[in-house]
Design a protein around this ligand. Structure first.
Ligand SMILES: Nc1ncnc2c1ncn2[C@@H]1O[C@H](COP(=O)(O)OP(=O)(O)OP(=O)(O)O)[C@@H](O)[C@H]1O
Ligand SMILES: [Mg+2]
Length: 135
């Protein structure tokens, strides 16, 4: 568990986690609105060597970052109503791609996640503090 004191620290934590990735991992990110999941993914992307901005995938549902050390696929399940919609996004192909999947609100559809997914929980504390724990 780490305590982040600023958005920059959450980015740095994402970078640190990126350094541990070899490809093929699924990172399941859960926590209330505004607790830093997207900031963490920005750090992942930077740490994997992707240039360009990471935006919230609220409207496209999956953003693809290629050109870094490992491809990164950024999902957000928040607006999806049914597991079926996730499968229609081509989840299985992404899982087989050898890239890293970072999934915000992954806990909405736990049955879709591989058993070995790495689970991160984000909690807001006072002010700008955010608790990020890998469970
Ligand atoms: N320590 C911190 N780490 C990350 N973000 C922080 C921190 N302190 C304040 N913030 C603010 O909290 C918000 C986090 O937004 P972010 O989009 O990363 O959250 P999220 O968990 O992805 O939310 P959502 O569930 O809506 O997608 C931003 O406005 C950011 O500036
Ligand atoms: Mg987000």
């Amino acid at each position: 568990m780490i305590i982040s004191h600023s958005p920059a620290e959450t980015l740095a934590h994402g970078r640190a986690i990126a350094a541990t990735l070899r490809g093929g991992e699924v990172l399941a990110l859960d926590g209330d609105l505004g607790t830093g999941k997207t900031h963490f993914v920005k750090g992942l992307a930077a740490g994997l060597g992707h240039v360009g901005d990471v935006t919230s995938p609220t409207f496209t549902l999956v953003h693809e970052y290629t050109g870094g050390r490992i491809p990164l696929f950024h999902f957000d399940f928040y607006r999806l109503a049914a597991a079926d919609e996730v499968l229609q996004l081509g989840l299985d192909d992404y899982l087989d791609s050898g890239g890293v999947l970072a999934i915000e609100w992954a806990g909405k559809f736990p049955s879709l996640l591989p058993r070995d997914a790495r689970r991160f929980t984000f909690r807001a504390g006072p002010g700008e503090t955010r608790e990020i724990s890998e469970t």
